[in-house]
Design a protein around this ligand. Structure first.
Ligand code: 13P
Ligand code: ZN
Length: 273
């Protein structure tokens, strides 16, 4: 069967639109940030002959739990601002080998490019999220400015950090009732940061990397983008509130409970009085 041009694939278009938006928001300076998006074989097969492997790419960790799975990923060292004009140089479609130690490149990552250096955190997070939500498909990392700034000024206690974000915009509790997790500062690109991130991903779809950025997970691009965007907006409001002289009044726990009831969400246990 004749294949459709890969640039017409909805998942390629979504990657281009999302990375362009992220760049314009200023959260992905230079090569900052990365996205991995789980695809199924049927949707990839409409555009690519999946038996044609361009090359193999070794990995530094065991991804055998994702054996045979397909992902579209951003390339390491690639600038989000350039993706729209050169998708095949900056994005790649890969499949995890059966032994979980390599990737098979099926499209993109031209000129010997490799997937994001944050692949351990992405793949370990996919494994963790899929275990609790079989529909999870996207992991996104970026350097959302106000959230990142808050990791310098706000105490790095998960409950306190979550409560502050929930109080900054009424919608926050509805969008991330499970809260936001925080890992210690760790060297990016390592298995260690991957393990720490994915451990938190079992409970929350948002994970802060202090003095670095944020990780988000979701069923689709809109969910993960909306999640990060909402937390980042709350962090922006927090920044303004602090600049305007600090909090004089906020949303009470009583009202947060009413909100949870009204929208049918369950706030993280123990986070509200
Ligand atoms: P990559 O260019 O390898 O994706 O790394 C960017 C980044 O944000 C590292 O944390
Ligand atoms: Zn980063």
């Amino acid at each position: 069967m004749k294949k459709i041009d890969i640039l017409q694939a909805p998942f390629v278009k979504e990657m281009i639109a999302t990375t362009s938006n992220l760049y314009r928001l200023g959260w992905d300076e230079r090569n900052g940030g990365n996205i991995s998006y789980l695809l199924n074989e049927e949707e990839v097969s409409l555009f690519l002959d999946v038996s044609k492997v361009i090359r193999q790419i070794p990995m530094i960790f065991d991804a055998s739990q994702l054996a045979g799975k397909y992902f579209i990923v951003t390339g390491s060292g690639k600038y989000f601002k350039n993706i729209v004009d050169a998708p095949a140089e900056n994005l790649g479609i890969v499949r995890v080998t059966q032994d979980g130690t390599k990737l098979e490149l099926l499209w993109g990552l031209e000129n010997n490019a490799v997937p994001t250096s944050e692949l351990p955190s992405h793949f370990m997070s996919h494994i963790a999220r899929l275990a609790v939500d079989p529909e999870n498909r996207v992991i996104m990392h970026n350097h959302a400015s106000h959230l990142l700034a808050m990791t310098f000024t706000h105490e790095l206690d998960e409950k306190a950090f979550t409560r502050t974000l929930w109080q900054m915009c009424t919608e926050c509790l509805v969008v991330f009732p499970e809260g936001i997790s925080i890992i210690p500062w760790l060297v990016p690109g390592t298995n260690e940061i991957g393990k720490a991130t994915s451990e938190k991903m079992k409970e929350t779809r948002l994970v802060m990397w202090p003095q670095h950025g944020v990780y988000g997970a979701g069923k689709d691009m809109d969910e993960v983008f909306g999640l990060v965007e909402t937390a980042e907006k709350a962090a922006q409001i927090y920044t303004y509130v602090q600049a305007q002289g600090g909090i004089k009044q906020t949303i009470t726990d009583e009202n947060l409970w009413k909100l949870a009831e009204g929208f049918g969400v369950k706030p993280r246990q123990g986070y509200l009085d």
